[in-house]
Design a protein around this ligand. Sequence first.
Ligand code: IMP
Length: 423
Amino acid sequence: MSAIALVGAQWGDEGKGKTIDILASKADMVVRAQGGSNAGHTVVVGDVTYKLHLIPSGILYPDTVCVIGNGTVISPGVILKEMETLTERGISLKNLKIDARAHVILPYHVEIDKLSELMRGKGDIGTTKNGIGPCYMDKAERTGIRMCDFINPEVFREKLKFNLEIKNKIITAVYGGTALDFDAVYKEYCDYAARLAPFVCDTSVLVYEAIKADKDVLFEGAQGALLDLDVGTYPYVTSSHPTAGGFCVGAGIGPTLIKDVLGVGKAYTTRVGKGPFPTELDDETGERIRTVGAEFGTTTGRPRRCGWLDILILKFAVRVNGLTALAINKLDTLTGIEKLKICVAYEKNGQRIHDFPTDISELEGCKPVYIELDGWKEDITGVKSFDELPAAAKAYIECIEKESGCPVKMVGVGPDREQNLFR
Ligand code: IMP
């Protein structure tokens, strides 16, 4: 059995797309199990850049089966656009499978996402406004429309009618927005449903059988541990479970079927959206990391907040995911910074805190306790093995390993598939 789960170890945007792409080259199956088009994975192959939101990165390999599991939420227009772009570039979709139980994001979800964020004002979450939260709300309320309902025009009509009547009342009476027209939505979405129907099946069976047949199965995480609805920095989180346990529920398989869990982190920390961020750098160094690391959202284009590496976050990710290894990306972004800092504890009211706080109000006002390391000046983007790295870069990675208690097995030194060092 060789199933590996790959998760984001920070606040998302850790460069998972690249790491997934490298591992996908050896995988027979790649599985997405949570989230939706709020995720954005950038994969660079030679001079072509692919920006994927919903479709697993394994799609770039012709024989890899790509599964979008039951725990995901699917925007039909977004996935069809992604499919079109891939087809135009000669990428086959013959191995794409969408679970019949995945929930469908409809225009009222997007509308309510936008309007509720507006109503929250300064207290907004900073969502991607893709309708993710409202779609998961319907799932939990048991009024959601699943792919199996969606591709049956009669069932879809009935469920859409029921939902739209209520949602239009919420949109107009609660939020002062404009009601959506049933006929227009039904017509547009019936067309989407017909185009997606050939890809819909029970993917839980496919995943189970692949693992049982000892195929290489890779679970592709979206977002990151701190955005987990349960254990993340609530309420500044997404509405699904980007932690390793989320793969079991979201792909319809049991935990004993996953062998290893790889956490992907960056050599520093970033986050988009609102919420406390103890190691945030609101200065020249932060700006430099943002510019050199091109830290702008794949999905929203928003500038990401940047800061020093936070070991408490990595230790948290090791614990909540049961990580067996770490991959550290974007080490090259730190090249040229004279002195580097790594946060190893917080200090608040004279007390040292060593574990990432569960309550964000506790996190508020935490001052990072740093250790300082020497930087390096050499260009590391062409380095081919860990041993070839400058001594200071090696020491930086070894420090992460020691402080987080988890082995670092991969190090990224540039955006291309090839710019990756294995240990
Ligand atoms: P939502 O997932 O659109 O509801 O947004 C909730 C929070 O999760 C916001 O802070 C988003 O910025 C954040 N978020 C959602 N998806 C991603 C991602 O793929 N990377 C980083 N942050 C994300």
